[in-house]
Design a protein around this ligand. Structure first.
Ligand SMILES: Nc1nc2c(ncn2[C@@H]2O[C@H](COP(=O)(O)OP(=O)(O)OP(=O)(O)O)[C@@H](O)[C@H]2O)c(=O)[nH]1
Ligand SMILES: [Mg+2]
Length: 400
């Protein structure tokens, strides 16, 4: 859908179907349930591999938790995780990472292969991440084969790239050469195990900028069906620039639903303007955007603690979020300013062609158009802040 379009043909069809199935009266209720649906979808991701390869560290990273958080997965010197342990996502209890015991240790101590798969309950997971570090092991290949045998999807992740790069510097090797050696070593070993085109991602849990952490996340998102994909993207923190871009797409796709609810059940008239919207719905949605982009106060305070930085130093570069924190009645004021700035009036012209189809749904089509444009603009502005925040965190972390 072009940025200037207020509603796409696909959305009109979706809306028409919703009206047919539910009736105009029940539409807001139905749509608001749909907008929350992603939280009800369960996603189970298994992280497995040899001991000490960084499985628990990886899970902590994805959940955005630190040593001081109660649900931090213990990290140690090997054989730290001895039982399958579920870690819920802080923002979505249905998105669960499973930290599984080191495979080699398990097989040594507890009899046979089948008991391993029974213990981890292999049927439970949508996705498997096989993690390996400096040495590829026979067990890595065995896990990959067993998972494939059961028709499931796995990603092979080689961790600790930062360590390789340190050694490479010492040995006089360049970064690209180091990465391609690691890749070749993993690929050769997996090919020996009969994987012709294995998906391999080389990452550092400590520094997401140097490896393929981003590519791995995007590959995971895109391997899932729609609703699960949405659940994973919205549950994971804004760890990298690409994750932020994916979040933006998902948030954009919600806009028309939120606009239907806030314009459809409009109650509050704006003085002097024939635009009625429910501001509490819009404000609630914008708060959701802020927490998705890690720009809410709690997330920012977390970052301050992690980077040992003062709150003001972090927020000074976040222009739009700061204005949302400081201005009183901001959302209502901003929305009124936006409507007065004529953009909404123009938008209704483009929207008009759909009115015969869905016009009756909205008490005021201008309100719908204004909501769509306003929410999209908010997403754009907050997305900019989210990218800035990542750069600030990278800079601050370098100085630690
Ligand atoms: N340099 C570097 N160290 C890492 C990385 N990931 C994890 N580590 C370190 O590796 C060690 C083992 O990490 P864990 O996360 O406990 O590994 P695990 O696979 O969960 O280990 P067990 O549960 O004991 O089987 C810890 O000292 C981590 O700090 C990484 O990407 N780079
Ligand atoms: Mg562990």
């Amino acid at each position: 859908m072009g940025n200037s379009e207020i509603i796409s043909d696909k959305e009109v069809d979706e809306l028409r179907k919703m009206v047919e199935d539910n009736g105009v009266q029940n539409l807001p209720n139905y749509i608001s349930k749909k907008a929350k649906q992603w939280k009800e979808v369960e996603v189970h991701i298994a992280v497995l591999g040899e001991t000490f390869v960084g499985k628990s560290t990886f899970i902590n990273q994805l959940r955005g938790v630190n040593e001081w958080d109660k649900t931090f997965a213990p990290v140690g010197l090997g054989d730290t995780t001895l039982e399958p342990t579920a870690y819920e996502n802080p923002y979505n209890k249905n998105m669960i990472f499973w930290d599984l015991p080191g495979v080699g240790t398990f097989l040594k101590t507890k009899s046979n292969d089948e008991s391993y798969f029974r213990t981890i309950n292999i049927e439970r997971y949508e996705i498997f991440i096989i993690m390996s570090d400096l040495c590829f092991s026979e067990n890595d290949a065995w896990l990959a084969r067993e998972i494939r045998k059961r028709g499931k999807l796995f990603f092979f992740v080689r961790s600790k790239l930062d360590e390789d790069l340190k050694s490479a510097e010492h040995d006089g090797l360049c970064i690209d050469e180091t990465k391609s050696r690691i890749y070749k070593n993993c690929a050769d070993n997996l090919r020996k195990a009969n994987f012709r085109e294995p998906s391999i991602f080389i990452i550092s849990n400590f520094n997401h900028e140097i490896g393929q952490f981003d590519d791995l996340m995007i590959a995971i998102f895109h391997s899932l069906p729609d609703l699960k994909k949405q659940a994973v993207i919205l549950s994971i923190g804004p760890l990298t620039h690409n994750i932020i871009r994916e979040k933006k797409e998902i948030l954009y796709s919600r806009v028309f639903k939120i606009a239907v609810i806030s314009a459809g059940v409009s109650v509050i008239p704006l003085p002097g303007l024939d635009v009625f919207v429910d501001h509490s719905i819009i404000a609630h949605e914008i708060n959701f955007y802020m927490s998705e982009f890690g720009l809410d106060e709690e997330s920012l305070r977390h970052i301050c603690k992690k980077t040992k930085t003062k709150y003001d130093q972090i927020t000074e570069s976040l222009k739009h979020s700061t204005s949302l924190f400081t201005e009183k009645n901001t959302i209502r004021t901003l929305f009124m300013k936006f409507v007065k700035s004529q953009a909404a009036e123009q938008a209704v012209g483009r929207f008009a062609k759909y009115i015969p189809v869905i016009g009756s749904i909205f008490s005021c089509s201008v309100a719908y158009a204004a909501c769509v444009q306003f929410l999209r603009r908010e997403i754009d502005l907050l997305e900019e802040d989210a990218h800035t925040l990542i750069d600030v965190v990278i800079e601050k972390s370098k100085k630690l």
